[in-house]
Ligand binder design. Structure first.
Ligand code: FES
Length: 149
């Protein structure tokens, strides 16, 4: 069966992320040329119990925010922070308020909580791998991986 773009994509159970916590996911998305590209994201559940999502890429040099320790937050957990050079970002806006990329923002991702699931909206994700003539199990190949903590 051919790959089909999806409009809404359940990423995880809303309860799988604790309040003031975050989880990262390595997804694949379809770019403008129709190619599958890595799409690392982070989903944050704020202390106000809102879910926000960003591309997990620091605007300074593009590394995962949780590079190094694996943590996404400043010590007081008031801001997201980049593990490489310590840039701090507002959790609910993604704006960098301190660090080498001050004034720039994380790339936001539209999220919705539907039936207790955190869902991505409006992103063409790779839900199935392209047909592989050498594989006979190319049926369930959704590419979701949680980074090791
Ligand atoms: S790579 Fe994130 S602050 Fe430098």
């Amino acid at each position: 069966m051919a790959s089909a773009p999806v409009e809404v994509f359940a990423v995880c159970s809303a309860n799988a992320i604790e309040r003031s916590g975050a989880r990262s996911f390595s997804l694949s998305r379809i770019d403008e040329s129709g190619e599958a590209r890595p799409f690392p994201i982070v989903v944050v559940r704020s202390h106000r119990d809102e879910y926000v999502g960003y591309v997990n890429s620091c605007p300074h040099s593009g590394v995962w925010l949780n590079i190094g320790s694996g943590d996404f937050f400043t010590a007081d957990r008031a801001f997201l922070r980049c593990g490489r050079h310590g840039a701090a970002f507002e959790i609910e806006s993604g704006l960098c308020i301190q660090g080498p990329c001050e004034g720039k923002s994380l790339q936001p991702i539209a999220l919705a909580v539907v039936d207790g699931e955190v869902c991505l909206c409006g992103v063409d994700l790779v839900e199935e791998a392209p047909p592989n003539p050498f594989a006979d199990d190319a049926e369930e190949t959704m590419d979701i991986m949680i980074h090791p903590e």
